[in-house]
Design a protein around this ligand. Structure first.
Ligand SMILES: Nc1nc2c(ncn2[C@@H]2O[C@H](COP(=O)(O)OP(=O)(O)OP(=O)(O)O)[C@@H](O)[C@H]2O)c(=O)[nH]1
Ligand SMILES: [Mg+2]
Length: 421
């Protein structure tokens, strides 16, 4: 049974996301219940009357558990479990559970365990519940130390061990990053709300086979693949863990690899599922999370380009007041436009120029013979007249070798893109 509080303006669909999460966790929803109230009851989250109602409904339907659409306080969980006589789960715990089921890499597993323990620690039951089992082994506990304190100590020790191990993993990652040579490919991080189509897009842009599923948090590990850009260039595309509204704070460490991929990316492509009724809030919550959890005060932020995905599901003309490239990752719509926009941001300095170069110089520069970048080539008495896409550095080299600019486009080659953020 799913339960939520409507603080006033949520309306229908309040529990849709919770139901999707529940489904993802492999739990069947029997019924949902929403209570309108300004603020949660400090003792039982919903009001006393509602608790009775939930109990009656659970008995009738044979529900095993009640799942709440917010994070509950330890005391609320306790009171509710006592009153309802069944397992009480909150949204954070549900998400943690999904993460635990789906974590595949060593690092993801460590992170999820850490998040679970951090969540559990303040929720251990049993203060005053019997000063149990004295004398369980000399030196293991002092006189009067309770079982609870021992559990607490055990968990705390495990938390410290996990934190140490994860710090090592993070260091290894940062060493690997430093070892990458200077001329490496630009990195494009694909971020977005969970289920927005990040993995589908990665598969579309590279020939990866990232796991795609119509469930939340299908991806829990970052995946990096090389993929082509226009003009024969390439980039590394990074698939990441999806964000979710009110990301439980316990889970933030579990996003470490994703957050880092974003922090060090040359470009962030923010994938928005514009077919979802809540697309606008989804969009904002991702940006908020990035701002709160990813970027440090002095960081230089990578540029962010929005990719408005699933346009195949949007009726013609349905306006989404968001700047960005409208795509369908699934149906391969406007993917070239997206790539052009990406290249435009990663290589802002490229200009189409016409240069007149001596034939000897033509042989010296690969860029002047690159079929992806050469627009036209004409042989004249004075040398080759090449209309070509060059970065300022390349142009300077060509000029230093005797090339002369005979015409220059004053603006970037691609039309200035209105969707640039
Ligand atoms: N109709 C439509 N469905 C799409 C499109 N792109 C992705 N999907 C579907 O959306 C669902 C989620 O896609 P994923 O690529 O797994 O999304 P994700 O952002 O990686 O999700 P998580 O890893 O769970 O955060 C799948 O059922 C995809 O088939 C699209 O352009 N149109
Ligand atoms: Mg995914």
């Amino acid at each position: 049974m799913l339960v939520g509080i409507d603080h006033g303006h949520a309306g229908e669909g309040l529990l849709d996301e919770l139901e999707a999460l529940t489904d993802t966790a492999g739990i069947v929803t029997l019924a949902t219940l929403v209570q309108k109230r300004a603020r949660p009851d400090p003792a039982t989250f919903v009001g006393k009357g509602k608790v009775e109602e939930i109990l009656a409904a659970c008995d009738e339907l044979g529900a095993d558990a009640v799942i709440f659409n917010d994070e509950l306080r330890a005391s609320q969980t306790r009171n509710l479990e006592d009153a309802l006589g069944r397992k009480v789960i909150d949204r954070t715990q549900l998400i943690l559970d999904i993460f635990a089921q789906r974590a595949a890499s060593k690092e993801a597993k460590l992170q999820v365990e850490l998040a679970q323990l951090r969540y559990r620690l303040p929720r251990l039951r049993g203060w005053g519940q019997a000063l149990t089992q004295t004398g369980g082994g000399i030196g293991t506990r002092g006189p009067g130390e309770t079982q609870l304190e021992i559990d607490r100590n055990k968990i705390t020790r495990r938390i410290h061990a996990l934190e140490r191990r994860l710090r090592q993993v993070a260091e290894e990652r940062s060493t690997r990053r430093k070892l990458r040579s200077h001329g490496d490919l630009p990195q494009v991080a694909l971020v977005g709300y969970t289920n927005s189509g990040k993995s589908t897009l990665l598969n579309r842009l590279t020939s990866a086979d990232s796991f795609v599923e119509d469930k939340l948090f299908a991806t829990l590990d970052t995946m990096v693949r090389r993929g082509p850009l226009p003009e024969g260039r390439e980039a590394l595309f990074i698939d990441t863990v999806g964000f979710i509204r009110d990301l439980p704070h316990h889970l933030v460490p579990a996003f470490a690899a994703t957050l880092e991929a974003v922090r060090y990316a040359d470009l962030v492509v923010h994938i928005v599922d514009i077919a979802r009724p809540t697309w606008n809030e989804d969009y904002r919550s991702v940006l908020d999370t990035l701002e709160r959890e990813v970027f440090r005060g002095g960081d230089v932020r990578p540029p962010v380009l929005s990719a408005l995905n699933k346009i195949d599901l949007c009726p013609e003309g349905a306006e989404r007041d968001l700047p960005g490239v409208r795509i369908s990752a699934r149906d391969d719509v406007h993917i070239q436009e997206l790539l052009a926009a990406i290249a435009d941001i990663l290589y802002p300095a490229d200009r189409e120029v016409e240069v007149l170069v001596p034939y000897a110089t033509l042989g010296r520069f690969a860029s002047l013979r690159d079929p992806h970048r050469v627009r036209s080539l004409e042989y004249t008495d004075e040398g080759a007249r090449v209309r070509v896409l060059l970065s300022p550095a390349e142009l300077a080299d060509v000029e230093a070798s005797g090339g002369r600019v005979s015409a220059s486009a004053s603006s970037p080659v691609e039309e200035p893109r209105s969707h640039r953020p």
